[in-house]
Design a protein around this ligand. Structure first.
Ligand SMILES: C=Cc1c2[nH]c(c1C)Cc1[nH]c(c(CCC(=O)O)c1C)Cc1[nH]c(c(C)c1CCC(=O)O)Cc1[nH]c(c(C)c1C=C)C2
Length: 530
């Protein structure tokens, strides 16, 4: 008799949680199919980490402030996340930032050539008076007037770096000033190694539809959307179970939850744990992974053996590589012909990952605002040549209290005392470890001095009442040039060498946003041949 079906999901980050949750939904009506979720650390949810801290200033004003050290907001475009909000009953906890809010409208760059921060223009009138006009207007004209030239067509897997693509279309100044800064804010990496096709596929499509010009492609796209909405063409039926999720997001720029992003991962974890069909194993990493009698069998660090007919690997690709290597060299390969090491997979070590040092700072209420109202600022690559080591290595700063102030709790009756200001400084990525080191006594003074210059302050910043430093090692994989082609080869190798009952998914394979991770877990759950 064939063994009864079972699925092991390795990795309890967002992708693994999403896979386990959707598998349990899909299989709810089919009794007897067991799902194992294995996570090596003591917490699930990956890099998502929200914490409420208690602060008090010198005048006795107290507050419970919400700090994030991982992703802090979600975009309303991800149906996979909206579906989870509906399924998990989280709508009443959602906090939104409207598109009209300063946090959505005002974004800044820190340029070495200007004092303080430079506002990124968002409308034609603001562009005309902006110091950035001398870069932006020639950049847009250059692309719009471009003759049909090189195109990264959808059919080919040809690729180039984000820096090369932007330089080709908009010139070197634009690519360095805007391209590198944008890439810092999403991937915390160097735009000269990041794959255009993997990171910004929409721009590749616009290039193609605009016959070699992104601007012409964007204009054509905007006009065709207008035509579509005028002729009342209804989009194809949406397969997601969204409830009132979509209406919650009217006019919304980004959103989170009253108690931060961990609300989502905690609710996913609870829901997965509640399912009778799911076993969650935490604090126990996978040591080896093999095929035994036609089934996947893994052993854990603590010596447990788990066999299953299906496997979803939702862990960083270098971790999977290490497990496969350890499995090949482990003694149990000699346990008989029915014990075979899983064949190796290509490209698991092809990409580096970025490490980010995240510094949350809380300032006491003050008469003059600490920063202008807005999202925060990004810092472009410092020079055309590269990233100096031995520097603080600041990539950007988020003005947290501008965006979701309702996450912070003040005692009732807090009238005119003002509010604390929260900001988060991000360092590292392509610069490597910050210098001075975050653990050294020189770090905070150096950080304050840099912030004072960036914020264009004549007087020193007040002393922060809370400083929290978190170092996230290898938290964001960098899809380097050629990534999409390599991942197709990886998927083909999984299908051919491991069979149709296995999937390798996650941020290292597809996109790195929360929405992408939720989506890849969901897709694997529905596409696995069960
Ligand atoms: C730990 C630092 C992170 C940096 N980037 C990411 C993290 C977790 C991941 C990330 N950031 C953004 C996206 C795109 C989101 C999407 O398309 O849906 C991703 C995948 C955009 C973004 N960048 C910053 C913020 C506040 C946001 C909005 C989403 C979010 O809250 O993460 C700020 C920021 N992030 C980084 C830097 C250097 C930076 C600078 C201001 C690195």
């Amino acid at each position: 008799m064939p063994p009864s079906k079972s699925v092991t999901v390795v990795g309890g980050g967002i992708t693994g949680l999403s896979a386990a949750l959707h598998l349990s939904r899909r299989l709810a009506a089919r009794s007897g199919i067991r799902i194992n979720l294995i996570e090596r650390s003591e917490r699930t949810g990956g890099w998502v980490c929200s914490e409420r801290v208690h602060v008090k200033d010198r005048n006795g004003l107290e507050a419970g402030l919400l700090l994030e050290s991982g992703p802090r907001t979600l975009r309303p475009t991800s149906n996979g996340v909206l579906e989870l909000i509906h399924l998990l009953g989280l709508s009443h906890l959602v906090l939104t930032v409207p598109r009209s809010a300063p946090a959505a409208r005002n974004r800044f760059l820190r340029l070495p050539t200007a004092d303080g921060l430079t506002t990124i223009p968002t409308s034609l009138p603001s562009l005309l008076v902006s110091p950035l006009a001398k870069v932006l207007i020639p950049a847009v004209s250059r692309d719009a007037l471009q003759r049909r030239g090189k195109v990264l067509s959808a059919d080919s897997l040809e690729d180039e770096s984000v820096d090369a693509f932007l330089t080709r279309h908009f010139g070197t100044d634009f690519a360095q000033m805007f391209g590198s800064a944008l890439v810092h804010g999403i991937y915390a990496t160097d735009s000269r190694i990041l794959s255009m096709r993997a990171a910004f596929p929409v721009l590749c499509q616009l290039e193609e539809s605009g016959s070699g010009s992104v601007v012409r492609g964007a204009i054509a796209e905007a006009l065709s959307q207008k035509r579509r909405s005028q002729s009342n063409v209804v989009a194809a039926a949406e397969p997601y179970d969204l409830g009132d999720g979509a209406s919650l997001m009217n006019g919304v720029s980004v959103y989170s939850f009253r108690d931060g992003m961990q609300t989502l991962t905690d609710a996913m974890t609870r829901r997965v744990r509640e399912q009778a069909s799911v076993d969650v194993l935490q604090c126990d990493g996978v040591r080896t992974l093999k095929k035994v009698d036609g089934q996947f069998e893994l052993t854990t660090e603590s010596g447990k053996r788990i066999a299953s007919t299906h496997l979803v690997a939702a862990l960083p690709l270098p971790h999977l590589h290490r497990i496969l290597e350890d499995s090949t060299s482990s003694r149990s390969n000699n346990e008989g012909p029915q014990h075979t090491a899983l064949p190796p997979l290509p490209h698991l070590l092809a990409n580096p990952s970025s490490s980010v040092t995240v510094v949350n700072l809380v300032f006491p209420p003050s008469a003059t605002p600490i920063h202008p109202a807005g999202f925060g600022y990004l810092i472009p690559r410092p020079s055309a040549t590269g990233y100096p080591t031995s520097s603080l290595g600041m990539l950007g700063t988020v003005f947290d209290s501008s965006a979701l102030s309702a996450q912070d709790h003040y005692p009732a009756g807090n009238g005119g005392e003002g509010t604390f200001t929260k900001i988060t400084v991000m360092l590292g990525g392509p610069y490597g470890t910050p210098s001075p080191a975050p653990s050294s006594s020189a770090f905070l003074p150096a950080l304050m001095k840099a912030l004072e210059a960036h914020l264009g302050r004549r007087e020193p910043l007040p002393e922060p009442c809370l400083v929290r430093v978190r170092e996230h090692r290898d938290c964001i994989p960098t899809p380097t040039v050629g990534h999409v082609a390599r991942m197709r080869e990886l998927a083909a190798a999984v299908a051919e060498r491991w069979g149709p009952n296995a999937a390798v998914i996650g941020a290292g394979v597809g996109g790195v946003s929360i929405g992408d991770c939720v989506e890849s877990g969901r897709r694997a759950a529905y596409e696995l041949s069960l």
